[in-house]
Design a protein around this ligand. Structure first.
Ligand SMILES: [Zn+2]
Ligand SMILES: [Zn+2]
Length: 282
């Protein structure tokens, strides 16, 4: 496949980096959430490793996993069901798929914060102590597979064509970068409907249950009582537990046996856990 060619992958990583820097850096300078944050802020190089790793190493793995999920799910879905979905107007299909995947990812993400096994991988994303468009790429590849797989499940089940699914993945990817950027746009109450970086910045506050789990629209957070939007930025981003300080450490640490003390947190509140106990409560 063309996109697996190393030269092509390097070029596309460089082009994406330039594109994102050109789009988001000016926004961060004109409408900063935290004024005065430098482009090369602390941990910038670690986040660059995550960016490069995502493009050169892990994107292929994620696509491969997604493909097998598709094949596996295909076997369960009656073809008559997909035909009746396809018979609906396209705009209704789009609304259905966005609402369904927002609902699924809301609960799947909330579970990542309450379940100790899932938190091992997801906490890597939350180790970012400085948020900007680049920090959005700080993610463990197994966390990416979990998230991408669940977000796309409704589109796969409803039988959307692969090109549509690819467009949805691309849109959600850009959106994820936007909500991490060091930006606060003056959109007022619209943020309750369409989401905003300040909401996701609060999700990155040190309190692991700070709320705002939704992916695009905060509707699910409003519905399920986890919406939070103070008028200022959180005092600090990051996690309470000690964590790796370099890229390789972040990749390896979640795979190591639990050391018992460092990743311990209080068991989840029952509603936040979705009724599931955490795997490593100790
Ligand atoms: Zn999270
Ligand atoms: Zn985030």
């Amino acid at each position: 496949m063309e996109w697996m060619n190393p030269t092509w992958m390097l070029l596309s990583a460089a082009a994406s980096f330039l594109f994102l820097a050109v789009v988001f850096r000016p926004m961060e300078m004109v409408f900063p959430a935290r004024a005065g944050q430098r482009f090369f802020r602390p941990d910038w190089w670690t986040d660059l490793c995550f960016f490069i790793g995502q493009y050169l190493l892990w994107s292929g793995l994620v696509v491969w996993a997604l493909y097998y999920v598709n094949v596996w799910v295909d076997g369960f879905v009656p073809s008559g069901f997909r035909a009746s979905v396809a018979a609906q107007p396209w705009w209704l299909q789009v609304i259905e798929v966005v609402l369904l995947s927002d609902f699924l990812i809301y609960w799947a993400h909330r579970l990542q914060h309450s379940n100790q096994f899932l938190w091992r991988f997801h906490s890597v994303h939350h180790t970012a102590e400085h948020l900007d468009w680049l920090a959005a790429h700080r993610e463990h590849p197994l966390d990416s597979i979990y998230t991408v797989g669940i977000i796309n499940l409704p589109a796969v089940v409803l039988g959307f064509p692969l090109e549509t699914i690819a467009a949805l993945v691309a849109f959600r990817g850009i959106w994820a970068i936007y909500i991490h950027s060091n930006v606060r746009l003056p959109i007022g109450p619209l943020r309750v409907l369409i989401g905003a970086p300040e909401l996701h910045h609060w999700h990155h506050a040190k309190d692991r249950r700070a709320g705002n789990y939704a992916n695009i629209s905060p509707l699910m957070d409003v519905l399920f009582g986890t919406y939070t939007c103070p008028d200022h930025e959180p005092a600090e981003f990051g996690i309470e537990e000690p964590s790796a300080t370099n890229y390789v450490g972040h990749m390896v640490e979640p795979l190591l046996p639990d050391r018992g003390h460092s990743r311990h947190v209080e068991p989840a509140t029952t509603e936040a856990a979705g009724g599931k106990a955490s795997l490593h409560a100790g």
